[in-house]
Structure formats: structure tokens, C-alpha cells
Write a protein that binds this ligand. Sequence first.
Ligand code: MG
Length: 365
Amino acid sequence: VNFRTGKFDRTKIAPMWRGFCPMEAVESLTDVDLQALADRGKRLILVDVDNTLLPWRSEDIPESTFHWLEHAKKLGFDVCILSNTRHRERLKRLSEKMGIDYLLGRFKPSRRMYLAALQKYKREPAEAVMIGDQLVTDILGANRSGIEAIWVKQMTERDLITTKINRAFERFLRGFFYRTLPVETILEDGVAKTAGVSLVERPIVRQFAKFVIIGAMSFVIDAGLHYLLMFVVPVHGEPLGTALGGWLVQNYPQIFGSPPRVSDAAFPVLKVFSATISIFNGFFWNRRWTFKIRGREDRFKHLVKFFTVALIGLILNTVIASGLNNVVPGHARWSWAVGTAVATVVVAFWNFTGHRLWTFRQKTS
Ligand SMILES: [Mg+2]
């Protein structure tokens, strides 16, 4: 999952993780809306140094950081660095270059430095905001002190070794937080698209993943049931396939003739049965789980449409697979593998699109 920006709904985060959750995530300092902070009564900006104001270990302060600080000062903010660094001399040099104060003290997420800063500038927690690149130190410490926190994407991938461990935990945490980001739907060429959401979180991708899982389940049901009926389920001491085959050959010789094995006659009949059951399975789970339709309304209509799409899919499958029967000249097995693979993928997309846009299409009011 890539770093995502936006405002988090902290009320939706389990209390256990809430302390780590910032109010907002931004790509860089320049994306912090200083005017909005000022309008909301913020007067004091507490800020982390490494990977927030400048790259870790560096002494080259980016131009953009200078501009941002200038803008903040112009708006009347007090800006103060809260740092966990052990390199006091470097911190001192940096703070002089940037023209802002710094505090050193008990490690963030301890509340000590935050409270000292509030005292120093005579501000209430509600008047302050913390900006930093680490959830486990910067953000947690701010939340513990009742100070709103803004999370910036780390400037470089380079980190202290202990920080790298924090990053692994961050990746775990942010998965929870991202779920609370609003899903923005934008219209692009008349088609609704989901913006600001990573690929795996897009509804259509999730739907397709569910569809594929159900497809696999239906395949197991189809093949498994067919096998059981053909060779396992006993009728009068012989497998159902053999018994049914014998009966079919005896009663409908004009259709079934005399196959090498009588069970061959039962093969297609039982196949239609197991395939039908597997389509019902696909219908039930896709309607309920993939496309989230509840209740009986339109259920029969959905079923008819579902079978129609599936039937066309079956024809498509047969046409493609047999059309590619000789796709690798002279290699029957390779041709079979390629044909089957292509047909499976094409039919999966056909069925999915058909069900999505036609079978289970929801009227939008
Ligand atoms: Mg940092």
C-alpha cells in the first residue's frame, strides 16, 4: 500500500490504535494548509526534524522548507522543533539556520517535550499542532498530550535502524487508518471512478477478487460433484454413473448408442446436473457477497439473467478453446493449455462484466 493522504476519521479507529492515528496525512510540509490551521485557532507549530524538515542526517535544508517556515512565521505562528536526536550540535546548527527554536528532552512519545513547549509558548493543547513523519513517536506523543497531529510522508527512505522497526509497525497501522479515508468518486469521461484509493481497495477490484474466489469454489463443486456421482455414489452395488449409463443405453439407444463403457452415456447428463448446481452456487454467493444484494426482490429475474450470462460464457469458452485447438502447431497439449487458459480468462471477464453491468445492475436513484 502506498502512502495515502487525506483526513482520517479517528472516531472509527479502535481505541487501542487511536493514539497512533493522526488527524491528517500529507505528502510534504508544503501540503500543510497553514491558513486553515490559523483559521482554526492554531498558534503554535511543533515540528520534527529528521525526514520532516530535512532528510535524515543531512544538513542541507531544502528550499521548500525555508519557504514554508517563512509562510508560517508570516501568519504569526510560533514554530518549535521537538527532536529525539542525540546530536545536539547538529540540531543547534540547524535551528539557527532555520531561525526557529528547539526543545530536547525525554524521548517522544513521552509527553514531556510537548508539555514543555506548551508552557514555553503559553499555549493550550488546542492551540498547538504537531507535524512529524513517525506515528510511533511524533504522532503518538502529540495525541497523548491532547495536541492534533499531522503526519508527513518521510522525506527519504533512509532511517535510523530503530526507526526501520517503527516503519514496519506503521505499515500495519496505516492499513486501519486508510480504511477511514473517504472514498472519492469522480466522473471521468462519464464513468464513475474511485479516486484516492489504492488499486486493491477499489470496489471493482475487490468485487473481481470475490468473483474469482467464488468461481474457484464453483469449479470444485462442479468437478467434485461430477466425480462423486460418476464413480463413488453407489446404486444397487454399482456407481451411479454406471447404473445411470446402463439405464440410458437401454432406454434411449437412439441417443446414446452403445459406448465403450456404459458410464460414458451418463457422463454428459451428470455433467449438466453438476454444472447447474455450481451455477446456482455462483449465483447465490455472487448476489449476496460480491454484489451485496439482499432480499427477495428481483431474485428470479437475477437468476434468469445470471444463467443467460453463464450460458453465453459457456459457449464462448467452447468456441475459444476449440478455436485455439491448434495454436501451437504440432503440440496438442500445449495448444490445449494455451486455449484453456485464454478461454478461462476471457470468460471470467465476460461473466464478471455481464453480472456487474447487467445481471445485478442496481438502479441508481
Ligand atoms: Mg522524523
